[in-house]
Design a protein around this ligand. Structure first.
Ligand code: NDP
Length: 252
């Protein structure tokens, strides 16, 4: 039921952090992995790590905020593998400041990186998935898909938008056999949150207190839920947002 043998999975931002852990989980379940990221060196290192573990992974350099760059990567992936079964829209970034301090250009950059990117890549894989009448798209949201944050207005607006994009794509593409769901990670130890820990005093303590399981998440904590949403096990699940957060969002 969870076997992904023969499936082709694209993971954006799959060259590190949560993306690489999800890529490893999908590969372990049998999928062939296409990693999309901007940094060719990080992409190659991630692919080497997966191939050293006996998996199949190929790197594609693209900026997910650039439509032409995405289209050419998706064309290359379709040519290399002949089909696309799974897409994980994981790439994202943040820049923490108070709302009054963002320039419009910074706002637009964060909306592009965290929301428009998922739309661009989903639209790009739609022809291949609809042709085969099957596909699984997994969008990565955040606790800020649910909550607000004084120092992350554009990121929170984008991650909130991910939930509505997920539901809307799920409605539109169900007749095409495409399931679209979102994972909402809690606080996970990655490069992204290394910066947050430096910027936000007491963050470490606050995360541990608020998270009922009493710890930060690890990137690999996301892998099981991703395998579920990518596999036959979730064929009747679409349009949902699943927190993977050690209980953070269920706490007051
Ligand atoms: P990292 O900073 O470790 O990884 C981000 C990844 O996104 C990198 O692989 C980066 O690759 C890629 N990326 C960023 N911008 C682009 C772009 N324009 N085009 C292509 N790739 C891009 O972060 P995390 O692993 O922590 O985050 C992964 C996802 O999880 C993000 O969407 C984040 O918002 C979300 N998330 C993370 C949480 C956490 O606590 N860590 C909590 C909630 C959500 P490259 O450098 O090559 O461009």
């Amino acid at each position: 039921m969870f076997n992904l043998k023969g499936k082709v999975a694209i993971v954006t931002g799959g060259n590190g952090g949560i993306g690489l852990a999800i890529a490893s989980g999908l590969a372990e379940a049998g999928a062939v992995i296409a990693i999309i990221g901007r940094d060719a060196g990080k992409n190659s290192a991630a692919c080497e790590r997966l191939t050293a573990a006996g998996e199949t992974a190929i790197s594609f350099v693209a900026d997910v905020t650039n439509e032409a760059s995405v289209e050419s990567a998706i064309d290359e992936i379709s040519t290399a593998f002949g089909k696309i079964d799974i897409l994980v829209n994981n790439a994202g970034s943040n820049d923490r400041k108070l709302p009054q301090d963002y320039t419009l250009a910074e706002w637009n950059t964060l909306l592009s990186a965290n929301l428009t990117s998922a739309f661009i890549v989903s639209q790009a894989v739609y022809p291949a998935m609809s042709r085969s009448k099957s596909g699984k798209i997994i969008n990565i949201g955040s606790m800020l898909s649910i909550f607000g944050n004084a120092r992350a207005a554009p990121y929170a607006a984008a991650k909130g938008g991910i939930v509505q994009l997920t539901k809307s794509l799920a409605q539109a593409w169900a007749p095409d056999g495409i399931n679209v769901n979102a994972l909402l990670p809690g606080w996970i130890e990655t490069e992204l949150t290394k910066v947050a820990r430096k910027q936000l005093p007491n963050l470490d303590e606050q995360v541990k207190i608020r998270t009922p399981q009493g710890r930060w998440g690890r990137p690999e904590d996301l892998a099981g839920a991703a395998v579920f949403l990518a596999s036959r096990a979730s064929d009747f699940v679409t349009g949902i947002t699943l927190p993977v957060d050690g209980g953070y969002s269920s706490n007051t």
